[in-house]
Design a protein around this ligand. Sequence first.
Ligand code: AMP
Ligand code: GLY
Length: 424
Amino acid sequence: MKILVVGAGGREHALAWKLAQSDRIQMVYVAPGNGGTALDVRLKNIDITDPQQLAGFVRQEHIALTVVGPETPLAAGIVNIFREQGLKIFGPTREAAQLESSKDFAKAFMQRHGIPTARYQTFSDSAAAHGFIDEHGAPIVIKADGLAAGKGVVVAMNADEAHAAIDMMLSDNRLGDAGARVVIEEFLEGEEASFIVMVDGKNILPLATSQDHKRLLDHDAGPNTGGMGAYSPAPIITPELHARVMREIIVPTVQGMAKDGIPFTGFLYAGLMIDANGNPRTLEFNCRMGDPETQPIMARLKTDLVGVMEHAVNGTLDTIKLEWDRRTALGVVMAAAGYPDAPRKGDLISGIPDEAADCVTFHAGTSLDNGALKTSGGRVLCVVGLGDSVKMAQKQAYDCVDQIHFDGAQLRRDIGWRALKRHG
Ligand code: AMP
Ligand code: GLY
């Protein structure tokens, strides 16, 4: 069987790596892929990104099913295009992807269906938005309505920052159409966790729990990033909390989407804030898997992912159970010099250790240049270590990281600290 994975990041490398482990796989294509997927003999990069052209390629190669990694092609309607042509694809339609591509859509949806989230109001008029800040004060959170590649959320700790964020989005149009409307919401305190499930329109199959680290620097300092590391499982998600998140957030979301006439299919990722009393609220929805959460999650998945994907596209996720490696998997992101503002490209990468039972390196911003592996994006690698405890997984990951070199590499040395605090 042939499968196509759409995307170029570490998440897609991890999905393709796991799919390729199946005995049933003849070839996993990755479009467009990266240096790591190019180096893996079981994977083949395809230099196509246009959804119509990809559909043509899938027909021509008799590819059985397609898995979409990132949000941009989903929001652009790649699932609609494939389905119109009778091609099997796992992801949400353009309409369902609005859970991620429009914060206003997601907030109104949650309010309508009684899903716990921060109180909010939406504005397109800057004077009215400034007035709201004057009235409510800080801390407060300003979010661009549309997709803004991680730059659309400002957690303003004082009123000046909040006013500046409104000027940046609504008056100066620095985020273009994505920032032409803003959601202003209540600041929530607590600990964040990533809650990711697979949905086939009706049935829900939860993946292993995970947590990532958004800030660039140790001790959660520095600017927000796409994620500097992640681990699975996340000890904060106890079995009781897991049941509660399913009951209060995930099930009402999937049922609500179906009731609203836009059934959700694909990975559904609820970004949670868990307060000091253990109450979960939804910070955001993503209509895809997390990056870097996917890397440790895939490193722990024991079930054949090809079979899982078949059930996902056939609407039979209720008939299977997933099996997980009991160990902790912990992924450390190595980012390029200048990330997140202006990542430098072209640095030579050396020393990546061979894959082992307790260490796997997934590529993101890498490319092959005449056989030489070079940096080509912000987050370059995610090095995943596995171990019987968080501490052992962490040690394993950093032992591998310390063998790898590229000039200007940035990484955190404290990935897993919250889990260590709980469990050691
Ligand atoms: P989002 O893309 O909506 O998840 O926001 C990006 C990051 O901003 C989140 O991961 C949180 O760290 C932070 N954030 C978002 N919304 C809130 C909120 N209401 N209160 C506090 N922090 C938030
Ligand atoms: N790691 C956060 C995300 O994928 O959105």
